[in-house]
Design a protein around this ligand. Structure first.
Ligand SMILES: Nc1ncnc2c1ncn2[C@@H]1O[C@H](COP(=O)(O)OP(=O)(O)OP(=O)(O)O)[C@@H](O)[C@H]1O
Ligand code: SF4
Length: 272
């Protein structure tokens, strides 16, 4: 059990919490959260994903379980399980909406209350990792999430950026947010980092390259790696496929596997 005294949570069986943050929208936060969960599952870990992107929940769709419902049990809301073996469990506002495409137009207090419920009322059970997919930027949702999860000692953040300077600049603000809220940064991922040609394997840096690594060096936090633009990765997200299982020869495969391994190494050091 890794909880300290504080607000009530249902996370006593959760070993590590990984908050996935990005300064900008559309940089691949949900893609990284999803594929990281699948990669950790391949390493024999039990993983949950808490989707607190309340206005743009994409986790149900990325697992193609958007038509699933959440049920109540004695210990709270039962999350949606992706597989029969229950190795990946999900909670998202997407499961609570009447229609998956309904817009959520809520003020801060209502968002805050739902995030608290996700933390306190979902029967997460025993998990090696709970991945929290957040909205872009630093909004009410981030503050509520960090406050609700703070009692958990093994809480860390993964920052996702694209190589362009503007995106890297936004991640700098995320780093400030982590510093101010006392959130440990597990590392930075540079996503959409070049395009590897499927014919000749030549990597073309469509945007710039290296911004994430430079920022990590400058901020003194680990750099977890560069994930190239990969059509098979976006196809996996669109179709709810397990990229690591289905596309082992794809250019983004080694990068994602390496990121998952670094998370496993970093968190095992953290808990020892
Ligand atoms: N490395 C990649 N290669 C190819 N496509 C990618 C890659 N990373 C993300 N994508 C695609 O980019 C789009 C945006 O990704 P995603 O939804 O994960 O971003 P996000 O940061 O979570 O967005 P939001 O701001 O809406 O939460 C998706 O269509 C996804 O499939
Ligand atoms: S990188 Fe090479 S193989 Fe790919 S499209 Fe360009 S020239 Fe053709």
């Amino acid at each position: 059990m890794e909880e300290a005294a504080g607000e009530r949570t249902n996370l006593a069986g959760v070993r590590h919490i990984l908050l996935v943050l990005s300064g900008k929208g559309g940089v691949g936060k949900s893609t990284i959260s999803t594929q990281l969960a699948l990669a950790l599952r391949h390493s024999g870990r039990r993983v949950g994903i808490m989707d607190v992107d309340l206005c743009g929940p994409s986790i149900p769709r990325m697992f193609q379980v958007q038509d699933s419902d959440v049920h109540q049990c004695d210990s709270g809301w039962v999350p949606v399980y992706v597989d029969q073996d229950k190795s990946i469990s999900l909670m998202s506002i997407g499961f609570l909406l009447e229609k998956p495409d309904d817009a959520v137009v809520w003020r801060g207090p209502k968002k805050n209350a739902l995030i608290k419920q996700f933390v306190a009322d979902v029967a997460w059970g025993d998990l090696d990792f709970l991945i929290v997919d957040t909205p872009p930027g630093t909004s009410d949702e981030h503050i509520s999430t960090v406050e609700a999860l703070r009692p958990h000692k093994l809480l860390g953040a993964i920052l996702v950026t694209t190589p362009q300077a503007v995106s890297v600049g936004d991640v700098r603000r995320e780093l400030t947010f982590c510093k101010k809220t006392g959130l440990r940064v597990l590392g930075i991922v540079e996503n959409m980092s070049g395009f590897v040609c499927p014919h000749c394997s030549e990597c073309t840096n469509i945007f710039s390259k290296g911004g994430g690594e430079e920022l990590a060096k400058h901020a003194g936090v680990p750099f977890l790696g560069c994930v190239p633009l990969d059509p098979q990765l976006s196809q996996s997200s669109e179709e709810g496929r397990d990229f690591i299982q289905d596309f082992p020869k794809s250019p983004a495969f080694p990068a994602l596997a390496h990121i998952a391994q670094q998370i496993l190494d970093g968190t095992s050091q953290q808990s020892s």
